[in-house]
Design a protein around this ligand. Structure first.
Ligand code: ARG
Ligand code: GLU
Length: 724
């Protein structure tokens, strides 16, 4: 009997380890938790090859790019690859009507032509360290608030001392809801130049239509170069700076990918919620996602219509459209996935097993019963408050556009009222800078429609205690039509010239008169109500929930003792490993693991903006001039799918093969699997990467910037395909 059990276990282990692998693992702990399994799946290197503080290892080739993407070194001379959508802001900032790099692409044909990007930084992780004991030192005897204070003190002391007088950027971050703390020490480089970007018709091919969708054909990459001052150290931009020499860069594989190949993604996933209780999954799946989708449906309907009928509006609203539709689409996939997984019931079953475990250990009553009673009560309150918070956030904070102007004017008025002259001056200046940027991409009729459509949603959908009396009054007195006429159309805030004049004059009396502006007044009442009655409660509930989560999490760690657990993502370096594989999204449908240039040609349609294939790419397709970048059957690979557990922030992450050679750059997930932020599904959760051979082909054959390949290390291990 025992033998049988063992062999069943063994079979289970083997089968289990052959399939996709959930988890975003801490590089420092791979040896302990993951290496054996990784090697079993095909990985041929050691844990030190991935993370080593004494010798150059893969971690030294990876950066946090800008605010929240990943990028990696691909040459000894500081050349960096990330996504097109990660470099989008920089590419856009260099673009003008004469030099429209977004439309035409940009390729530096020499180092002199590389473009500096003030404000853009990349940071390399020097080391990470478990500092739990130091952070919790002296906190054992303290009660909640005192304890938090002590933790903050310990944290800032650690951060200060590790920074070595500002040489490093340092962060202490909680893991497992504060059951552990890690210190992260970074070196920040400040001179990062744009080297190359394909036209948007390639780098953003498929646009928002294909976003989150597999099969995918986007060439989502861009190239930058990191520069250093003396001794390879960080420096502000200077023409005298020289290319940074990384301790490690990724060799690039020309072998391509086969179904079932081992893959690893090494990058900076931003945030996940793997351990939340059933209560919160329920709220996300049945309230938060549907609410936010419904509000954004309305926004997108308005934007789509206006963008379709006016090319100028299309340009003005393309970035706004992209950001509204990105999460909107992801949430739809998330609901679908949570439903398919029956996630709430899975969580309930886990909670029942947890209770059983705790009862068997006689810890249920003493430690956890109260936690779950607290969850019931806290989430009961949270549900209504987070609904209000979602509505305010979608409608007041980033819905009606003119409220952004209102918010700034409001600050000016507050500073006049409180006689803060210095601050007033800088607010006035800041607002005058802001106005032209804002109005450049503002189309009055679009925003008027947003106003007309979104404001009534607040009162239709929220309980009255979440609304200021004022709004009820205004809405009661006016029908929709009148609301627009009496509020939106009467405002001077929408009149750039008039507003500019008032601000430039700086006459305090005139400025104070703006308090009576109908848009400003409405914004003010809404914002005040939110700041006074909604946000503080949501913050307090979140903090209470997190305190309880810490206890629950500690229990889960005990319950799972011996099993590896990974903490939620927190925008620090993590390793995800899996395989190159397609999936079956629904009955009767099976997706391959890769796409090719032929698929781009199938989608080609000059009438549809997102599918307008550049002439040059068509020529290359017709002449089949793919060189060494073609696969063994003569097709040009474009993207591939794999089962690595990734999330936002993993954009631009290197995806490497068993030998640690770069095979692709991660840029998205398949939307049927996006519930992986809450619950991963080995059957459906897939990340999407651009095949590195497509990027090389574009640099070389499409852009004629093949000189950039000279500094890369291109490797080919399989010999069956003769090299040219
Ligand atoms: N879905 C990807 C991410 O979450 C890509 C977003 C940019 N692309 C776009 N078409 N909006 O960031
Ligand atoms: N596009 C996402 C990013 O910018 C990655 C996709 C995901 O959420 O996995 O990080």
């Amino acid at each position: 009997m025992r033998r049988l059990k063992l062999s069943i276990l063994f079979i289970f282990f083997v089968i289990g380890s052959l399939s996709a692998k959930e988890g975003m693992w801490i590089p420092l702990l791979l040896e302990k938790y993951n290496l054996a399994e990784m090697q079993e799946m095909g990985f041929e290197l050691t844990a030190q090859d991935i993370y080593d503080v004494n010798n150059g290892s893969m971690k030294d080739a990876i950066v946090v790019f800008g605010g929240g993407c990943t990028g990696e070194m691909i040459s000894p001379e500081g050349l960096l690859i990330t996504n097109h959508h990660c470099g989008y802001r920089q590419i856009q900032s260099h673009s003008s009507v004469e030099n429209d790099y977004l439309t035409n692409g940009f390729w530096a044909m020499s180092r002199e032509e590389e473009l500096p990007n003030p404000g853009l930084t990349v940071r390399f992780l020097e080391y990470m360290e478990d500092v739990t004991d130091e952070v919790l030192e002296g906190t054992e005897v303290l009660e909640t608030e005192e304890r938090e204070k002590k933790i903050r003190e310990n944290t800032s002391r650690l951060e200060r001392s590790a920074s070595e007088r500002g040489k490093y950027m340092t962060q202490v971050k909680p893991l497992f809801y504060g059951n552990q703390y890690y210190l992260y020490v970074y070196k920040v480089y400040r001179d990062v130049r744009l080297v190359g970007a394909p036209p948007s018709a390639i780098g953003k091919f498929g646009g928002d239509t294909d976003n989150w969708i597999w099969p995918r054909h986007t060439g989502d990459f861009s190239l930058f170069r990191v520069y250093a001052g003396e001794n390879n150290e960080p420096a502000d931009y200077s023409p005298d700076n020289v290319p940074f020499q990384p301790k490690k860069f990724f060799p690039i594989s020309l072998d391509g990918v086969q179904e079932g190949d081992f893959t690893m993604v090494f990058g900076n996933p931003g945030s996940t919620m793997q351990y939340i209780p059933s209560h919160e999954v329920d709220i996300i799946q049945n309230q938060r996602d549907p609410d936010r989708i419904a509000i954004r449906d309305k926004k997108l309907e308005i934007l789509n219509q206006a963008m379709e009928s006016d090319p100028k509006v299309r340009i003005q609203y393309s970035a706004k459209h992209a950001s509204i539709s990105n999460a909107w689409k992801k949430w739809q996939g998330e609901i679908l996935g949570l439903e398919r997984l029956d996630a709430i019931n899975k969580k309930l079953a886990f909670e029942a097993a947890f209770k059983e475990w705790a009862e068997a250990n006689r810890t249920w009553e003493s430690e956890y019963q109260q936690v779950f009673e607290n969850f019931d009560a806290l989430y009961f309150l949270y549900k209504d408050f987070i609904k209000a918070s979602d509505y305010y956030s979608e409608i007041v904070l980033r819905g009606v556009e003119i409220f952004q102007v209102a918010s700034r004017v409001n600050n000016i008025i507050k500073n006049i009222e409180s006689k803060q002259d210095k601050r007033l001056e800088s607010e006035l200046k800041g607002t005058l800078d802001f106005l032209p940027r804002f109005f450049k991409d503002y189309h009055h009729p679009v925003d008027e429609q947003l106003f007309e459509t979104l404001i009534p949603l607040l009162s239709n959908d929220l309980k009255s205690e979440f609304l200021p009396e004022y709004l009820n009054d205004v809405l009661a007195k006016n029908d929709r039509d009148k609301l627009v006429r009496k509020v939106y159309q009467k405002s001077v805030l929408t009149d750039e010239q008039k507003l500019k004049q008032i601000l430039e004059e700086g006459d305090e009396k005139k400025l104070l008169k703006l308090r009576k502006d109908p848009v400003l007044e409405l914004y003010n009442r809404l914002n005040f109500h939110y700041e006074a009655n909604i946000k503080p409660v949501v913050d307090a509930l979140n903090s209470r929930i997190n305190q309880k989560m810490k206890i629950y999490m500690a229990g889960i760690i005990l319950m799972k003792e011996g099993e590896p657990l990974y903490p939620d993502a927190n925008l620090t370096l993590r390793v995800a490993y899996g395989k190159v594989e397609g999936y079956e999204p629904r009955d009767g449908v099976k997706y391959k693991h890769y796409t090719t240039l032929a698929g781009i040609m199938e989608k080609d349609n000059p009438e549809i903006y997102d599918y307008n294939v550049p002439e040059r790419l068509k020529e290359l397709f017709h002449s089949k001039d793919y060189g060494r970048y073609a696969d063994s059957e003569g097709y040009l690979p474009v993207c591939f799918a794999a089962s690595n557990h990734t999330t936002g922030g993993n954009s631009g992450s290197p995806i490497v093969n068993a030998k640690g050679h770069l095979i692709g750059v991660n840029f998205d997930r398949c939307w049927e699997g996006t519930m992986s932020d809450i619950m991963y599904d080995p059957e459906q959760s897939r990340n999407i990467a651009i095949d590195i051979r497509y990027a090389l082909f574009l640099i070389d054959k499409f852009a004629g910037a093949g000189y950039l390949l000279d500094e890369m290390e291109l490797v080919r291990e399989k010999v069956e395909v003769a090299d040219e």
